[in-house]
Design a protein around this ligand. Sequence first.
Ligand code: FES
Length: 189
Amino acid sequence: MATTATAAPPATRRDFLLIATGAVGAVGAAAVAWPFVAALAPDAQTVAAGAPVEVDLGPIAAGQIVKVFWRGKLIFVRHRTDAEIKAAEDVNVATLPDPQPDSARVKQGHANFLVVYGNCTHLGCVPLGNEGAFKGWFCPCHGSVFDTSGRIRQGPAPINLPVPPYTFVSDTKIRIGEESKTATKTAAA
Ligand code: FES
């Protein structure tokens, strides 16, 4: 994993660390802890095997971002507000540095949850959530600005925050590390 070039950013009320400690079935349950939860390294065998991890979405309030580790990579799980979804959708995609519609970055029927890798696509720093001109993420290292879809909008990062493979196993649980086989039909919350 890329190394962050700055000290860890200060935690905010919306910036939580969710701990995933094992293979399928292991769920970070510390989403309500604040200001910050000490990190536990994922089980080494789990990391080596790249086993999927499940994340319970229930404790994540609208507007909150939690952090999960899968295969040793940081992943943001963001419960977007209606306003954040609208901001992500109301964009002329053709004007984006890395054109991608918001609908291609979320699961059908689950636009309220965005799941993206958590390292800046410039040099790997960890951007700050709910910061920057578009209130998505702001990377203080060199000024990259991401929107509420994790798309690069300003600064040197060349591409959007990538979306990892994941699937909804229920309306309130995702499994990271396993791609959806078919489009999810569940209606948005
Ligand atoms: S690492 Fe994020 S802007 Fe350089």
